[in-house]
Design a protein. Structure first.
Length: 123
């Protein structure tokens, strides 16, 4: 997973660009988490809980995109997909779905969160 963080100093806005296949992670970080340190702390807590109790699923449901951690696997997915799990595997929406869900390892995800925190605190 490769990410680029961009700061618009005039507007005080932050943007995230990602490598192909992880666009939903960038959107989640930018739109659901952003500069909200309370949410960032929630994510850190979920990571810690997942490492402590890997067999239990941890979920942080956002307005449009949610985070799920189970064991060493992290899934970021648009909420509408969670309600539409019965779609055929060879659906015509597979390409769209690939931009609406992404998986990664917990170590890579934790590195991303640490990089985001560093980016937010540097001027």
């Amino acid at each position: 997973m490769e990410f680029e963080f961009i700061r618009n100093t005039l507007m005080g806005e932050y943007y995230v660009k990602s490598s192909m296949g992880h666009e939903i992670v960038a959107r989640w970080l930018q739109e659901e988490i952003g500069k909200d340190w309370q949410k960032i702390d929630q994510v850190d807590h979920l990571i810690h809980e997942a490492r402590t109790n890997p067999q239990q699923e941890k979920v942080l449901e956002g307005c449009e995109i949610s985070l799920t951690i189970q064991g060493d696997e992290v899934t970021v997915q648009e909420n509408v997909l969670a309600h539409d799990q019965e779609m055929d595997v060879d659906s015509e929406f597979d390409f769209y779905d690939s931009e609406s869900t992404a998986n990664c390892g917990i170590e890579d995800f934790e590195d991303l969160i640490e990089q985001w925190k560093t980016f937010l605190t540097t001027k």
